[in-house]
Structures are given as structure tokens and as C-alpha cells.
Design a protein around this ligand. Structure first.
Ligand SMILES: *Cc1c(COP(=O)(O)O)cnc(C)c1O
Length: 350
């Protein structure tokens, strides 16, 4: 199958900017650090999912869908961007969100949860054990009503979604050429794995020599996370007839920066959020990009890069989640003990 033949909806604003982080580079006194601003993809505060949604929504429209069904965590960026993309294309959307209890709602509507309601998504919250059966029931109900629902899995992490990040590698390579540089490594947050799979596919298929480093954000074991990414890479290679040698060293995952669990706050994540805000006026999110930046900072401090290296931090978005985390952020700024590290809306809270 040829890339040029993929059905694609016009959703993201591309290319996203590539910027040099001079102050952060000076502060950390290590390699040259750049940022690829995929937080500026232009749909409801932006993020990496907008790239994937160009292809996912393209496929949905190709299949004559009139309603999208998806789901994820309670404060999900994926849900926000999927709702925005659906609404932009005039489609209805149903969200199933994992929460501490059935029909859970938060005291405040804040961050992504506020946006899901604001954009008019149908929202259902359930315990994680009931997630898939609720998705299936929603699909059946919509079909029974004579509608054409389209299901897209959490994070859009299948070969369709991953192909978007193969494209992003090409985009980044053009930009690096314009700047007269070569990137030795790219660091990003990895969750459902589609972004990393696409980046690995692009880096290998276009022979960039760029190391792709994923900082895991969830509870999965390192090995499990690697296998998740490998699975999507392999499936994509088959689907797109790509032929290259996938080696173990092509799949790099760190899970040392999760800090207790998915969405939990930690001193290292807060340090990363504060450092980027203070040195560059750049806002990163407390869940994903803070984990990846905590990884980057630690690797630089441990001497993991040469001073002559050029590394690029992929900003995958999500900064709207700073607001539901305002209490621990405030405590950190004021040098006080964190009031909590485990959010109320986390299913692990029960
Ligand atoms: C979803 C998300 C990621 C992880 O992308 P995956 O393709 O799911 O691995 C990283 N950063 C942010 C802000 C996200 O919302």
C-alpha cells in the first residue's frame, strides 16, 4: 500500500515548529537540545494524537461512519483530540472513560474532562474491568439505532495511527536538514506505543540513524512496553510492505520515571515541568511530557550523551492537564510537601 493512497482527513496544522532550547541546553550543560512542537498541532490545545487522527478519521469517513466510539482514562488527551477532530468533521462521538467507580464524576470539571463535556461528547465512566464490555455495548446500541459507528482503540495505536509518526520522521528530517544538523536521539513519552512504533518505523525505513528513546508513563513492565511497540512495528511492516532488520537495540524504553503509576505526581516530574517553564517559557504536561523530560534530564546528568550530540525532545502536548494538578504544582513551587501524588480520578485510587 502506498502512503499517498491512505485516506486522510485534514485535521492537524503541519509541519509543527522545530526550536532550539538554548537556555535548557546551557542549564543542563550537556548535548544540544531541540524541541519538536507537536503540542502545536492545532486541534483543541494540540498534541500527538492529531497526527494519528488524520489517518484514523480518514479511514472512518472512508467507511461512511457517522459516529465515533473510543475511550481512555478520565483525564485523557486522546479523548480531547478525538472529540475535537470528530466535531471538526461533523461527527458525533461517544467516550468510555476508566474511573474509580461506575458513573464517577470529579468535584471540579477541569482539564480534559471539562473539554470533553464542553465539546459535546457523550461521556460514560466505568471501572477499568468494565471498559471493553461498555465499548462493545455502545457499538451494539448505536448499530441497533441504525447508525454507522466507528471504533478506534485508545491512543489510536495501530498501523493506521503509527503511519502518522513515520511521516513525522520525514518532516523532522527535512527540518533538521534546513538547520544543517543531524539528530542523534529523539526522546518522547510512550503510552499506548503508536507514536514510538511510528518513529521507529520512520527512523529505520528512512535510514536516519536517529535513536528513538521512549519514556514509559504507565504501570506496564519495561519488557511488556517494548513488546507492545514491537507488535505495532511488525504489524505495520507487514501492512506497508516495509523491509528492514528490526533489532533489539532499536526499541529503547525507560520506565524508571513513572513515579508510582500512570498520572501520579513525583518530584522528578515536577522538577521537569518547572524547569521547562522557568528556563524556556515552555509548558509541558504533568503526565506524559514531564515523564519524558525527567528521563532526558536524568540521562544528561548521568552523562548519557556527548556534548556534541543533537537531541530532540518530542513535545506530544497535554499541557491542559497542568490545571487539575494545580495543588501539587503549587506545593512544589512553594517548597511544601505535596498534598497528594495519586489523583482522585485514577482508578488505582479505589
Ligand atoms: C497519548 C500521549 C502520549 C503517548 O503516545 P502513544 O502513542 O499513546 O504512546 C504522549 N504524550 C501525550 C501528551 C499524550 O497524550
Amino acid at each position: 500500500m502506498k502512503f499517498s493512497e491512505f485516506p486522510r482527513a485534514n485535521i492537524a496544522t503541519l509541519p509543527t515548529p522545530l526550536q532550539y532550547l538554548a537556555n535548557l541546553t546551557e542549564k543542563l550543560d550537556g548535548p544540544n537540545i531541540w524541541v519538536k512542537r507537536d503540542d502545536l498541532t492545532g486541534v483543541a490545545f494540540g498534541g500527538n494524537k492529531a497526527r494519528k487522527l488524520e489517518y484514523i478519521m480518514g479511514d472512518a469517513i472512508d467507511k461512511d461512519a457517522d459516529v465515533i466510539v473510543t475511550g481512555a482514562g478520565f483525564q485523557s488527551n486522546w479523548c480531547t483530540q478525538t472529540v475535537a477532530a470528530a466535531k471538526k468533521l461533523g461527527l458525533d462521538i461517544y467516550l468510555v472513560k476508566s474511573a474509580p467507580s461506575e458513573d464517577y464524576d470529579s468535584k471540579d470539571w477541569d482539564g480534559n474532562h471539562l473539554l470533553h463535556h464542553l465539546m459535546g461528547a457523550h461521556v460514560k465512566t466505568v471501572r477499568p474491568e468494565k471498559f471493553m464490555e461498555t465499548i462493545d455495548a455502545t457499538m451494539e446500541q448505536l448499530k441497533a439505532e441504525g447508525r454507522t459507528p466507528y471504533y478506534t482503540p485508545v491512543g489510536g495505536s495501530d498501523p493506521t495511527g503509527a503511519s502518522a509518526y513515520m511521516n513525522a520522521v520525514l518532516e523532522l528530517t527535512y527540518q533538521a536538514n534546513d538547520e544543517g544538523i543531524h539528530f542523534d536521539s529523539l526522546i518522547h513519552a510512550t503510552g499506548s506505543g503508536g507514536t514510538q512504533a511510528g518513529l521507529v518505523l520512520g527512523a529505520k525505513a528512512f535510514n536516519t540513524g536517529m535513536k528513538i528513546i521512549g519514556a514509559a508513563v504507565g504501570w506496564t513492565e519495561k519488557k511488556e512496553q517494548i513488546e507492545k511497540v514491537r507488535g505495532i512495528v511488525k504489524e505495520s511492516m507487514k501492512k506497508y510492505s516495509l523491509d528492514f532488520q528490526l533489532r533489539d537495540e532499536d526499541l529503547i524504553v525507560y520506565n524508571e520515571y513513572v513515579g508510582g503509576g500512570y498520572g501520579f505526581m513525583s518530584e522528578a516530574k515536577l522538577e521537569a515541568v518547572k524547569m521547562l517553564a522557568e528556563t524556556e517559557g515552555l509548558l509541558i504536561d504533568p503526565v506524559y511530557t514531564a515523564t519524558a523530560m525527567a528521563c532526558l534530564i536524568d540521562l544528561v546528568r548521568k552523562g548519557g550523551f556527548k556534548k556534541t550530540d543533537n537531541i530532540v525532545f518530542l513535545h506530544t502536548g497535554g499541557a491542559v492537564a497542568l490545571f487539575p494538578y494545580k495543588d501539587p504544582i503549587r506545593a512544589y513551587i512553594q517548597g511544601k510537601a505535596l498534598p497528594w501524588t495519586k489523583p482522585d480520578w485514577s482508578p488505582a485510587a479505589e
